[in-house]
Design a protein around this ligand. Structure first.
Ligand SMILES: [Zn+2]
Length: 199
């Protein structure tokens, strides 16, 4: 079965008047090595170091999944030029795509609910924060882990009456977080550490 390891616990925090930003970076090890949301530029060294502790170098990563295209989740994607970079872009009319950065091309891919990206790893469509937002559902010995990106930007958003600060479509956001909460035993949010879902 697959293994999930949080490599960087990214969070937003104020330093004086400046908002320092960071997003959580996650590694999935199965028949392929997958990074979900490579994160924000200042965390690049930390990310490489954490990977090294897992016995991996950037060139060992086969797939990078971008849950959505906000900069705090995506800018370190250049660290993995050999990987296939998956994203959805928009849910209506366009199926999704992967990029082959090093070779300079992209391919359309049908990123529908349940698509198996690797053994024990499937796509979960979770629009609302952004149109085309995707999460990953990973089957592990510990249970089902959803790497949710900003479909559940932080743990406090498990409270369904709490409104997220940023969204495209609140009704869709609420549907998506209900979907994540229903299926997940553990959640890796877009920002902060992995947590267990109380059932
Ligand atoms: Zn975002």
């Amino acid at each position: 079965m697959a293994q999930v390891k949080v490599l960087v616990e990214g969070k937003h925090q104020f330093s004086g008047e400046k908002l320092e930003i960071g997003s959580t970076v996650t590694l999935v090890k199965t028949d392929k090595n997958i990074i979900v949301d490579p994160g924000y530029y200042p965390d690049a060294d930390k990310l490489i170091e954490s990977l090294k502790n897992e016995g991996l170098a950037p060139e060992d990563i086969d797939i990078v999944v971008l849950t959505h295209l906000h900069l705090d989740h995506t800018i370190n994607v250049h660290l993995f030029p050999q990987a296939k970079i998956y994203c959805k872009l928009r849910s209506a009319g366009y199926p999704g795509q992967f990029h082959n950065l090093e070779q300079g091309y992209l391919v359309q891919a049908d990123m529908s609910d349940g698509l198996e990206l690797a053994e024990d790893v499937e796509i979960l469509l979770t629009p609302g924060h952004m149109d085309g937002h995707i999460s990953l559902l990973v089957h592990t010995p510990e249970g089902k882990i959803v790497i949710a990106g900003d479909a559940l930007a932080m743990e406090s958003l498990i409270n369904l009456s709490k409104e997220p600060t940023l969204f495209d479509d609140l009704a869709q956001y609420n549907e998506s977080r209900k979907k994540v909460l229903k299926v997940a035993d553990f959640i890796v949010p877009g920002h902060g550490p992995m947590f267990k879902v109380k059932k």
